[in-house]
Design a protein around this ligand. Structure first.
Ligand SMILES: Nc1ncnc2c1ncn2[C@@H]1O[C@H](COP(=O)(O)OP(=O)(O)OP(=O)(O)O)[C@@H](O)[C@H]1O
Length: 341
C-alpha cells in the first residue's frame, strides 16, 4: 500500500466525508462534484467499538451508493498509521479501513483544518457578523473554536490558493490585564503552573473561570456545568455567571485579536466550536469586539477586520466537501496523511 504516489490526485467519487469528534461522528456522502452531499444521522462514538463498524452501520448499510474514497477530520494529532482520537476510544487505522470498507484512498486531516477549509467560502446564511465590516477581501483568515477544548487554525491566502494552517493555538499563554483580571487570575486552575487559553476558553474553562470569580466574590459556586453557567449568564439569574460570560467574551476577543495580528487576517476572524453559537448574545455585547480591537499600535488594523460566529451546524463537513469538490483551490498538505490501496 503506497502512501506517497500521486499524492495530489483528486479523490475518486463517491467520497465519504466524516467529522469525528470525541462524542459524535458526523458523516456525509459526496456522489459527484456537483450534487449536495447526502447526510447521515449523527453517530455516537460510544455506540461502536471501532470507526469501521460505525461507518459500516451508519453509512454503508444505509445506501446503495458505496464510497470509493474517504476524507475524515479527527480531533488530535495525525502521526503514523494508527491515529488515536482525543476523548474517544477509537483508533483510526487507514490501512485497515481501506481493506475493510473496500476503499481506494483515505485522507485524514485535523478537525480544525476542516473548520479552516469551511471558512474559505462560508455563505452569509451560516455566519453571524459581530460588528459587521465590508469583507470583499480575498485575504487570510483565522478560525477559533471554543468547545471541548479551544481549536485554532489559520487559513492563509497565498499564490491563489487557500492554505489551512493547523496548530496548537489553544494552548498559548493568556495573562491578566485589567484590575479585575489581576483579582481573578490567581484563582484560575492552571496546567503545570500555566494559564493556557484553554484553561478558560472552552466548556471546562468556562466553569474554571466561574469558580475563580465566585472565589474572589466570596460566594459558594452554585453551578457546575458549562451550559448551566452560560444559561444563568445569559438570563441574568446568577451575577457570577453574568460576569463569567463578560470575561469569557473579553478573553476570547483578546486571543482572537492576537491571532488576527499573527496571521494578518484581513479576511476575518471566525468563531466556531460548540460554545460560540450558544453564547452569541454575549459575544454581540461590546466586550468581545472592544478587546479584539484594543491592540495598540494596531487598533486601526483590527477595527477593519470582520468577525463572525459560524452558525453552520455541520461546518467541518461543509469544509471537507468544498475541498473534495475543488481540491485545486486549496494547498492542503497530504504528505503522511493520504493512504492508498
Ligand atoms: N450551552 C452551553 N454553554 C456553554 N458550554 C456548553 C453548552 N453546551 C455545551 N457546552 C460545552 O461545549 C463543549 C462541547 O463542545 P462541542 O460541541 O464543540 O464538542 P466537540 O468538541 O466538537 O465534540 P463532538 O464533536 O464530539 O461533539 C462541552 O464542554 C460542553 O460542556
Amino acid at each position: 500500500m503506497a502512501k506517497h504516489s500521486n499524492i495530489d490526485q483528486p479523490l475518486s467519487f463517491p467520497i465519504l466525508i466524516g467529522d469525528i469528534g470525541g462524542t459524535n461522528a458526523r458523516f456525509s456522502l459526496l456522489v459527484d462534484a456537483f450534487s449536495e452531499p447526502r447526510e447521515f444521522p449523527i453517530v455516537h462514538t460510544a455506540d461502536f467499538a471501532t470507526i469501521n463498524d460505525a461507518i459500516q452501520a451508519g453509512v454503508m448499510d444505509k445506501t446503495a451508493q458505496q464510497p470509493r474514497s474517504a476524507i475524515l477530520a479527527v480531533a488530535g494529532p495525525i502521526r503514523g498509521d494508527e491515529i488515536p482520537l482525543t476523548n474517544c476510544d477509537w483508533v483510526v487505522k487507514p490501512k485497515d479501513m481501506i481493506k475493510a470498507l473496500n476503499l481506494t484512498d483515505v485522507v485524514i486531516i485535523n478537525d480544525f483544518e476542516a473548520q479552516a477549509l469551511a471558512i474559505a467560502n462560508m455563505p452569509d446564511a451560516y455566519r453571524e457578523p459581530i460588528a459587521p465590516r465590508p469583507d470583499t477581501r480575498i485575504a487570510s483568515r483565522v478560525v477559533l473554536g471554543p468547545g471541548t477544548g479551544l481549536g485554532v487554525a489559520g487559513l492563509v491566502h497565498a499564490q491563489g490558493k487557500w492554505i489551512p494552517v493547523p496548530g496548537e493555538g489553544g494552548h498559548i499563554d493568556i495573562g491578566p490585564r485589567s484590575k479585575r483580571d489581576y483579582e481573578v487570575f490567581p484563582h484560575i486552575k492552571t496546567i503545570e503552573g500555566r494559564v493556557a487559553a484553554e484553561q478558560i476558553l472552552c466548556g471546562r474553562g468556562m466553569v474554571n473561570l466561574y469558580n475563580a470569580i465566585c472565589k474572589v466574590d466570596g460566594v459558594e459556586p452554585a453551578l457546575a456545568e458549562p451550559k448551566d453557567v452560560s444559561h444563568a449568564g445569559l438570563d441574568g439569574s446568577d451575577p457570577q455567571a453574568v460576569e463569567t460570560l463578560s470575561l469569557f467574551a473579553t478573553y476570547l476577543g483578546r486571543i482572537a485579536g492576537d491571532m488576527a495580528m499573527i496571521f494578518m487576517a484581513r479576511g476575518g476572524v471566525y468563531l466556531a466550536g460548540g460554545i460560540s453559537q450558544k453564547i452569541l448574545p454575549a459575544l454581540k455585547k461590546p466586550e468581545f469586539r472592544t478587546a479584539f480591537e484594543d491592540k495598540a499600535p494596531h487598533n486601526t488594523l483590527l477595527q477593519a477586520i470582520p468577525t463572525y460566529v459560524v452558525t453552520h451546524p455541520l461546518a467541518a463537513l461543509a469544509g471537507l466537501a468544498t475541498y473534495a469538490r475543488t481540491p485545486g483551490r486549496f494547498g492542503l498538505a497530504l504528505e503522511e496523511r493520504r493512504w492508498r490501496r
